[in-house]
Design a protein around this ligand. Structure first.
Ligand SMILES: [Zn+2]
Length: 490
């Protein structure tokens, strides 16, 4: 009942109040013209939230609108990787709340860039915060009392991965604006996020694919809005080597994109790895349909559901239709970038938003499979014809991301405590109950395949040792040199 009342009140605010000087903007001042540009690029008021209805003005930090001479999600425009990175560099140069890192280099030689955003104290202490999450990740060297002390000063690290699939173009636009908003807004919610978390943003995780897609858009798709007669919407190659889908690589780790994200994970130990996709109207936040992988701690799935239901609740409250939580993320598949988190006691999650496969505005009439009312989709997308723009997509993506960050900031200690607890469970399981290890005899079949198997385990940061003397176990005796995968590891 209370939620219903809050929803009605907020929706009235969205519909009735002018953008500048509004209570939900204060104490921010809107960058002149930004609210008007955003409203004009949004096809219906209900597809906008007050959180992203303006860009906060800053005297010292360039907004993406000032830098790109358009709002993120403007119709008919897509930012290529060099422009996105140039903006990220400008943001980091101007704001003491932003630092930029390079976490890899693509097959075609493009940087893979990571932004870290926090308040000034957080940015000045990034190394200390990284050391704290690394210590919490390994209970073998951090006892519960030490963990408790660390949790008092550590912060959850929340990582967003944009544009893994290069034909899903909206997330890059969205996270550039999110980065700016997090860096300069003085709204209480944003201040709380800045002081409680470290937010990591990989704005173009697959830059080779992004640039192919942007070139394709300007060459073949720009200005075309009739979906019935559109040319092919993506180049055949979504990166230098991957024909279509790069996301099946988390196991093999053959792409630089994948390697960079894995390196990032083991450097920062983020509490959340959040992959941004576009496949479901209007926004679906993953929660899987079950059954869930029993080898992943039950706490993870509770957090997973809690975060996604929070996003649905907030966006229902803001009056944005078509937000659901369902599908993807049972924790079995070792395909998407979220799996590195799921396999190491963090939370791997994702969104599917509604991209047009283009930066142009398109008209849609969705069928009952997208518009029926379900327990997991209580406010479905419109069942009648509606227009959907790239800015609408940015509005949904960024509003949901802010809801997730707000929840994480409000539950920072709990998330860190859970992260440590999950590592503790994982370690103790291998100490207290059989099986205690897997043995991989080195001399069997094709030695190259055995070596490849061990390399895959090491690539996933699973510790593998070798027996220095013959190993006698219940099942038999294994020679020196046998690979040993102990299960008492987090
Ligand atoms: Zn995708």
């Amino acid at each position: 009942m209370q939620n219903g009342l809050a929803a009605a009140a907020l929706f009235a605010l969205v519909a009735a109040a002018p953008p500048a000087g509004r209570a939900d903007v204060l104490p921010d001042v809107a960058e002149p013209g930004s609210a008007e540009d955003i409203a004009a690029a949004t096809t219906e008021p209900r597809f906008l939230s007050p959180w992203v209805a303006y860009l906060p003005q800053s005297a010292s930090v360039p907004s993406p609108r000032a830098f790109l001479h358009r709002i993120p999600g403007a119709a008919g425009e897509l930012v290529e990787s060099a422009q996105a990175y140039a903006y990220c560099r400008a943001l980091a140069a101007a704001s003491p709340r932003v630092r930029l890192f390079s976490i890899g280099r693509s097959e075609e030689g493009r940087d893979i860039v990571l932004l870290a955003i926090a308040d000034e104290a957080g940015i000045q202490n990034l190394d200390g915060l990284k050391a704290a999450t690394a210590a919490l990740a390994d209970p073998r060297r951090t006892d519960p009392a030490a963990a408790e002390r660390l949790i008092g000063t550590a912060r959850p690290v929340y990582y967003f991965n944009a544009a893994l699939h290069s034909d899903e173009t909206g997330s890059t636009e969205s996270v550039l604006e999110l980065a700016y908003r997090l860096a300069v807004s003085e709204q209480p919610m944003i201040r709380r996020i800045r002081s409680s978390l470290v937010v990591l943003i990989n704005p173009v995780s697959n830059p080779d694919g992004r640039d192919k897609q942007v070139e394709w858009f300007y060459r073949y798709l720009k200005g075309k809005t009739d979906r019935a007669t559109l040319p092919r919407q993506a180049p055949p190659y979504w990166s230098k080597y991957a024909f279509v889908d790069i996301n099946r690589d988390a196991h093999q780790q053959t792409h630089e994109t994948t390697k960079a994200v894995h390196r990032m994970f083991h450097d920062w130990h983020p509490t959340v790895v959040h992959d941004l996709h576009e496949a479901v109207a209007l926004l679906m936040t993953w929660n899987g349909t079950g059954p869930y992988n029993p080898n992943i701690d039950a706490i993870t799935f509770s957090e997973f559901l809690e975060l996604s239901f929070h996003e649905v609740q907030v966006m229902n409250g803001l009056g944005m239709p078509g937000v659901s939580t369902w599908n993807f993320g049972e924790g079995f598949a070792h395909l998407f970038l979220d799996s590195v988190a799921m396999n190491h006691n963090a939370i791997g999650r994702g969104y599917e938003t509604w991209g047009n496969g283009s930066a142009e505005t398109m008209t849609w009439t969705l069928g009952p499979e997208d518009t029926s009312r379900e327990w997991w989709r209580l406010v479905p997308p419109p069942a009648t014809e509606f227009a959907w723009s790239a800015r609408d997509n940015v509005n949904y993506n960024e509003t949901a991301a802010l809801a997730a960050l707000d929840f994480s900031a409000l539950h920072a200690r709990e998330l860190l405590s859970n992260f440590y607890q999950k590592g503790l469970h994982s370690w103790r399981k291998g100490v207290d109950e059989a099986p205690f290890a897997f043995l991989i005899p080195a001399e069997q079949g094709d030695p190259a395949r055995v070596a490849a198997l061990v390399a895959r385990l090491l690539g996933q940061h699973i510790e593998v040792s070798r027996a220095t003397a013959p190993l006698a176990v219940r099942e038999g005796t294994y020679p020196a040199g046998t690979y040993v995968v102990r299960l008492d590891q987090p």
